[in-house]
Design a protein around this ligand. Structure first.
Ligand code: EPZ
Length: 430
């Protein structure tokens, strides 16, 4: 089994460049099948979620050509299938975006229900509510979602019951070619929602209000192929900000969109970070001791749930006690046991964590319970006394391109090795 071996105690120093946003890419790539011509998408992150998505698209008959390390040529005109079976769809969660894209392209779609994940239940009732409002017949049978809009999609006024990134994006994908006007309310406002609206508008859609509480869409007949660059990943940037502050180093973080980082930066400043933003990069260091801070996660522009694990490593080393209230995922704190193995004083009551800072963490073998928890274990290892081994790298590889290489370039003592076991308990060499 592969694992990371980290020797802690070295402050990160140097320059790191942020890649394209995972949560924009997993929606934008499927959206390209809606175009009547080829698209060239740039700043595509080299991560396993993207690899899987491109494999699914290629298997459906989309022409997928890698023109450069982060640039893909995609032509969905030859797409013959509007069905994505279990073994494909369950390989990555966001395969549900094919429902909205294929409804717009074919007027029908069938995609296996996405699996749950370690964060808790991942329902898609709000996605299906939006499709039904647009005139689509949706049924679920044997784990497959079947959508039929053969009589055409018609604009509707949709008020979501819960703010959902996925449902907001999927409703946009389905509505852009629906007949007439669609109004979406109680929508998600994350940067990746706006990025999807931007490429759709470049393709010829008529979407207004993305990034606000209400999105208005006038249906169009055709969408054309475009060249488009995906926005930088706000959570990857936030992860490196947290790592730089946690290790007490000094790091310049390039290729960021400052306005996407305002809340993350303001909360990490409260924890003792000294962060300066200019138009495309952030300068990050720690000005003194880490400070306890209470956090509550909210949909954008609130503090993002995907930054909680990373931020709680800072709080685990802060002076004082912090309370973190998670507003999105029921299992966000699954990693608490792993952090406690490293000496953190971290208690969890449902969706609330109470963290009492300690002077230092100690290295230990730990697992990654989800993508962001994996990144947090690495940050903890970078700060800990001694050696930390981090398993579950399949999670980290889903959302972080060259994570080890970027950290090594910042001076981290980190190696990716194969310990020769079959993935059971971490077995230490004799
Ligand atoms: C997106 O997931 C992200 N994934 C998640 O990031 C992120 O944590 C989440 O948004 C919140 O920001 C991608 O974009 C691929 P939601 P998504 O629909 O769209 C409930 C990462 O680490 N809900 O905004 O699935 C849901 O259970 C990943 O990059 C319904 O009840 O999240 C949750 O409690 C992890 N019914 C809340 O809404 C629905 O139909 C928000 O979920 C849909 C969602």
């Amino acid at each position: 089994m592969e694992k990371l071996v980290i020797r802690g105690g070295r402050p990160l120093q140097g320059i790191v460049s942020i890649g394209g946003a995972k949560n924009a890419a997993v929606a934008i790539l499927p959206a390209t099948i809606m175009a009547d011509g080829p698209c060239v998408i740039d700043n595509v992150p080299d991560i396993s979620d993207v690899h899987i998505l491109l494999e699914i698209m290629s298997s459906m008959g989309v022409v997928v050509r890698k023109d450069a390390p982060h640039t893909y040529y995609l032509d969905g005109r030859g797409l013959v299938s509007s069905v994505i079976e279990h073994e494909e769809a369950r390989r990555m969660r966001a395969s549900y975006y094919f429902l909205g894209a294929m409804l717009s392209k074919f007027g029908k779609a069938a995609v296996a229900l996405p699996g749950g994940c370690n964060l808790g239940a991942r329902p898609i009732d709000q996605h299906l509510k939006a499709f039904a409002a647009l005139g689509c017949e949706t049924t679920v049978d044997h784990g497959m979602v079947y959508c039929d809009a053969s009589h055409g999609l018609k604009g509707a006024h949709i008020i979501f019951d819960i703010v959902s990134v996925g449902a907001t994006i999927n409703a946009m994908l389905a509505a852009v070619k629906a007949e007439g006007r669609t109004v979406l309310q109680s929508v998600a406002k994350e940067p990746h929602v706006v990025d999807v609206a931007n490429i759709l508008n470049m393709m010829g859609a008529d979407i207004r209000g993305a990034g606000t509480d209400t999105i208005k869409i006038n249906g169009v007949k055709h969408l054309r192929g475009v060249d488009y660059a995906i926005i930088p990943d706000q959570i990857e940037a936030g992860t490196f900000i947290a790592a730089a502050v946690a290790t007490g180093g000094y790091v310049r973080i390039d290729n960021i969109t400052p306005k996407h980082l305002e809340t993350i930066v303001s909360r990490i400043r409260e924890m003792g970070g000294e962060i300066t933003l200019d138009e495309e990069c952030a300068y990050v260091r720690r000005r003194g001791p880490l400070l306890a801070t209470n956090l509550r996660t909210m949909p954008h522009p609130g503090f993002p749930t995907d930054m909680v694990p990373q931020a709680t490593v800072l709080l685990a080393l802060a002076e004082g006690t912090s309370v973190v209230q998670e507003g999105i995922w029921s299992n966000r704190f699954r990693y608490a046991d792993e952090l406690r193995r490293m000496g953190a004083r971290f208690t969890v009551d449902g969706k609330t964590a109470i963290i009492s800072g300690v002077d230092s963490l100690s290295g230990a073998p730990v697992a990654s319970t989800d993508l962001r928890a994996g990144a947090a274990m690495v940050i903890a290892g970078l700060c800990a006394k001694g050696v930390t081994e981090v398993g579950g790298l399949e999670y980290i590889d889903r959302g972080y391109e060259n994570f080890v290489g970027k950290l090594k370039a910042l001076g981290a003592d980190i190696e990716r090795i194969d310990d020769g076991t079959d993935g059971g308990l971490l077995v230490r060499e004799a």
